[in-house]
Design a protein around this ligand. Structure first.
Ligand SMILES: Nc1ncnc2c1ncn2[C@@H]1O[C@H](COP(=O)(O)OP(=O)(O)OP(=O)(O)O)[C@@H](O)[C@H]1O
Ligand SMILES: [Mg+2]
Length: 223
């Protein structure tokens, strides 16, 4: 039996605005197992980011039950969510979100600092070698290509040894070659390092390379 990393049971998210309620995610059931490589696709506004943010404990559900590594996080406060994020999850976003004044290796070390771990430079260099950036350690983000920046962001996300890597449109700012390279890196991390990966993408050519494809429509799982 494979280990369950995330179990979502009928999770929903309603955004409450003045005079309006938006049901962004509706009654979604989803299990994510160790070793999974999942893509989430669907039209703009279909709830992909909201679902990923729920799985990633970046926001809380307004209905249903969500467990991450056996911990029930439904209705949990931020201090509980932040612990779960630090311990089990890694994040990659479209905009890389690197610190411009820090070198590649320093950007990766910062992740260890934020997760209250020893800032082990050897470990940072090992991870940067793994993502193919061993020759770029002391570059600043401005001195890197888009694909290289995203690989720094991936190194930063995986140095804490997460159980699950969550990526929201990680190739949205990249050309098609760099996009495929980033996807190949996800595949490599999934197959060789056993990392579970969930990627939101607009690009069916990339999304269909995942082991499991989840399609959303109007906040629900499409058949
Ligand atoms: N913070 C928020 N407050 C209010 N409504 C929101 C908020 N975030 C998202 N929404 C709404 O929830 C719905 C789902 O948004 P979401 O960002 O999850 O879609 P998406 O599938 O990621 O879209 P895209 O492909 O454009 O990134 C949309 O109708 C959006 O307008
Ligand atoms: Mg989105």
């Amino acid at each position: 039996m494979k280990d369950v990393i995330v179990r979502a049971e009928k999770i929903s998210k309603i955004y409450k605005l003045p005079g309006e309620q938006i049901a962004a995610v509706k009654d979604i059931d989803l299990d994510i197992y160790a070793g999974d490589f999942i893509s989430i696709m669907g039209p703009s506004g279909s709830g992909k980011t909201t679902l990923l943010d729920l799985i990633g404990c970046l926001t809380s559900a307004t209905g249903g039950r969500l467990t991450v590594m056996g911990r029930d996080v439904s209705g949990a406060g931020e201090s509980c969510l932040v612990k779960v994020r630090r311990q089990f999850l890694g994040f990659v976003f479209q905009d890389f979100l690197l610190i411009p004044s820090l070198t590649v290796v320093e950007n990766v070390l910062l992740s260890l600092y934020f997760s209250r771990q020893h800032q082990d430079k050897k470990r940072a260099i090992n991870v940067l070698n793994l993502v193919g950036l061993g020759q770029r350690l002391n570059h600043l983000p401005a001195q890197l290509s888009g694909g290289e920046k995203q690989r720094v962001a991936i190194a930063r996300a995986i140095i804490t040894n997460p159980k699950l890597l969550l990526a929201d449109e990680p190739t949205g700012n990249l050309d098609s070659r760099a996009s495929q390279e980033v996807f190949d890196l996800f595949k490599q991390l999934n197959e060789k390092e056993g990392l579970a990966v969930v990627v939101v993408t607009h690009n069916p050519e990339l999304g269909n390379q995942a082991g499991r494809v989840i399609k959303l429509k109007d906040g629900r799982l499409a058949a």
